[in-house]
Design a protein around this ligand. Structure first.
Ligand SMILES: [Zn+2]
Length: 266
């Protein structure tokens, strides 16, 4: 009888933990956007319901609504009412380094950027999530330039996380494993390790690959979980949970920023 009871208790426990997430530690999604009909109230409800802590990211950069220090202050003022969320600057383009003060950067809990916007060797501005703004004369050369660009971003920009990592333009994404050779992976991984930049495991784009994460883990790189939602249609952290399981990642493999509104430093 005792055995039977403990069997039921165990089943019940598995059922409940299965409802939350399948990792042994709580998940924090550090790349959530309030946009596309997804409101701050939705974020409060969804974060609670799915047992995932959120870091909300503000897009800052040239050509974006937030492009001055004063605008950063008014945005941060709004978020003061929501100390349960971590706050991130998503640095856009490559010009952001020259338009915001160091003081403004320090007001965020963490800063991240991606390698999806860059100017190529011929001076053309690429935004590689848009087909008609991506210039591919030769795929291998494009890949070398992209890997070098990511290495440079990680090595020179004051960021905590490299997000949307290893993202490929639509024309090439179906051959991810061919383009992301071990040499190119190592270029990005070594830069991240050297400069203590974490790499996001992105739920929306399902990147980087398991092979990449396993390699980065071996090198001692830290990770984060991020979704980069376009709207309210996202849930859980399915891809990240899958990668965590397959690569045997533990809490110690993750970078966790400090919430400055909670710890009193802001
Ligand atoms: Zn984003």
């Amino acid at each position: 009888m005792k055995k039977l009871i403990s069997f039921f208790a165990l089943t019940l426990m598995m059922f409940y933990s299965g409802c939350k997430s399948s990792s042994d530690f709580p998940i924090t999604d550090l790349h959530i956007h309030i946009k596309g009909g997804f409101t701050i109230d939705d974020a409060i409800a969804k974060s609670k319901q799915e047992h995932i802590t959120y870091g909300l990211a503000v897009n800052c950069g040239l050509g974006f609504p937030v492009h001055t220090d004063a605008q950063i202050d008014s945005v941060l003022n709004f978020y003061k009412k929501y100390p349960q969320f971590l706050l991130a600057m998503q640095a856009e383009g490559r010009e952001w380094l020259n338009i915001f003060s160091k003081e403004s950067l320090n007001k965020f809990d963490y800063i991240f950027t991606d390698g999806m916007t860059f100017t190529d060797a011929k001076g053309r501005r690429n935004r590689i999530w848009m087909k008609d703004e991506t210039w591919i004369d030769n795929e291998q050369e494009f890949m070398d330039y992209l890997a070098n660009t990511i290495e440079k971003i990680i090595s020179t920009e004051p960021i905590n996380i490299y997000v949307n990592p290893t993202y490929l333009p639509a024309q090439m994404a179906d051959r991810y494993d061919i383009f992301w050779t071990p040499e190119r992976m190592d270029k990005v991984i070594n830069a991240a390790k050297t400069h203590k930049v974490a790499i996001e495991i992105n739920n929306r784009f399902k990147i980087p690959s398991v092979a990449f994460v396993a390699r980065a883990k071996k090198a001692g790189v830290k990770f984060t979980v991020g979704t980069n939602n376009a709207d309210k249609n996202f849930s859980g952290a399915e891809y990240a949970l899958d990668v965590i399981k397959k690569c045997g990642l533990t809490k110690d493999d993750f970078y966790m920023p400090v919430n400055k509104r909670v710890n009193g430093s802001l």
